[in-house]
Design a protein. Structure first.
Length: 198
């Protein structure tokens, strides 16, 4: 199967600080235009895309409308869920770091390896690690493979704090969204999200 064409290089919805960005990553506007604003640009691309790729590419208008729905659902759900924080003494970004450390081998990682999983930018990660280390939730030790780097490890206290917050966070998610989708829909949504992350 041939790779799909990049039909939109400017104005594409990206989840980066919940902003609209141009093709070079620059911020355009925090107010997202309605899906209909894409229509003129898509009219010309639709026929060309289908003639070249046939069954490989769906209607570009459907792609954009679906992306718009996905983005707005993500923003709405994230805004609702994050309103519960701080939980068990943890801010959301603190919970996010402890959560990801808890899922890694030996509950430890180098910051540069941890960055790919976190919701915040790299400079902020270093300051966050320092704050969590000061509270005894993580430790920082020299990286044996890189004398200039460090390894961050989740302490027993940090893991316990994560588990307390996770129980409350999970219960809040179920209370808010547990009745929106049945088990089959949840499984299908999980599969689709995994495919989009590939």
């Amino acid at each position: 199967m041939r790779s799909r064409p990049k039909l939109w290089r400017e104005g594409t919805h990206v989840i980066a600080g919940h902003s609209w960005c141009n093709g070079h990553g620059g911020r355009v506007s925090r107010k997202a235009p309605a899906p209909d604003s894409f229509r003129p640009a898509l009219e010309g691309s639709s026929a060309a895309a289908h003639s070249a790729y046939d069954d490989d590419v769906p209607d570009p208008r459907a792609v954009v409308d679906t992306w718009e729905s996905l983005f707005r659902a993500q923003v709405a759900v994230l805004r609702d869920v994050t309103s519960d924080f701080p939980i068990a003494g943890l801010a959301m970004i603190e919970y996010d770091l402890l959560f990801n450390l808890s899922r890694l081998p030996a509950r430890r990682a180098r910051p540069r390896d941890l960055n790919q999983y976190l919701l915040i930018s790299q400079p902020s990660v270093s300051r966050l690690i320092d704050r969590l280390a000061h509270r005894g939730l993580v430790t920082k030790t020299p990286d044996e493979d890189d004398g200039r780097g460090i390894v961050v490890a989740l302490t027993d206290e940090g893991y316990a704090a994560y588990r307390r917050a996770a129980a409350q966070h999970g219960a809040a998610i179920v209370a808010r969204f547990g009745d929106r989708l049945d088990e089959g829909e949840l499984a299908a949504l999980a599969r689709l999200c995994d495919r989009l992350r590939e």
